[in-house]
Design a protein around this ligand. Structure first.
Ligand code: GTP
Ligand code: MG
Length: 197
């Protein structure tokens, strides 16, 4: 598949606003600041496709990016775990996010991005548990691999691999850097396998 022809389609605030013309999609989830938007930009070779920010909590809608004219899409989800939004807003978003994950039929797989320097936070573990309980295929991406030396990055990868070995759903893990493109081909292959089953 070609990811360079990806373009912004629509933002949805609720499940009912998600586009009906998309029949298969892969969602990028993870804590605020994990690097979801940056990974989407790297993947599509478009620096400004998804908005990135040094301020966590920037992405606050379910953002749809369509692959050319295909009925396929990449979805940039709001980062969870961001404390600096009013509590009511946070809860409303978590409810919407839960609703989306639970009920969106087009959702073929979940990419969970985690900063390689602090993977498997409580939030990540909850997502892993949810994927297991719901039989949702999951791909863990350890972002910002450029921030660690090779040895440290590899041991982080090994640690996460060990933590997921008893999963009942299909789970895979890789490292990735939006900065230097480390792991880009591996990510594309995983997405291809979900988009073209
Ligand atoms: P929210 O939208 O708030 O949920 O955040 P996000 O997960 O979309 O994170 P975003 O892509 O906006 O990146 C957060 C910060 O991390 C930005 O300052 C990015 O430049 C930086 N960043 C993202 N990926 C990488 C990477 O691979 N390497 C390095 N060094 N920095 C990165
Ligand atoms: Mg973002």
């Amino acid at each position: 598949l070609t990811y360079t022809k990806t373009h912004y389609l629509r933002s949805a605030a609720t499940l009912s606003q998600c586009p009906g013309e998309i029949t298969r999609e892969v969602a990028f989830a993870g804590r605020s600041n994990a690097g979801k938007s940056s990974a989407l930009n790297r993947l599509t070779g478009q620096k400004k496709l998804a908005r990135t920010s040094k301020t966590p909590g920037r992405t606050q809608l379910i953002n749809y990016f369509q692959l050319g004219e295909l009925p396929l899409a990449l979805v940039d989800l709001p980062g969870y775990g961001y404390a600096k939004v009013p509590i009511g807003v946070k809860n409303a978003w978590q409810k919407e996010l839960g609703n989306y994950l639970q009920k969106r039929d087009a959702l073929a797989g979940l990419v969970l991005l985690m900063d390689i320097r602090h993977p498997l936070t409580d939030y990540d573990k909850r997502m892993l548990e949810w994927a297991n309980d719901n039989g949702m295929p999951l791909h863990l991406v350890l972002t910002k691999s450029d921030k660690l030396k090779r040895g440290a990055a590899k041991s982080a990868l090994l640690q996460v691999s060990q933590a997921i070995r008893n999963s009942s759903t299909a789970v895979s893990v890789q490292m990735f850097s939006s900065l230097n493109g480390d792991g880009l081909d591996e990510l594309k292959q995983r997405l291809n396998s979900w988009f073209l089953p």
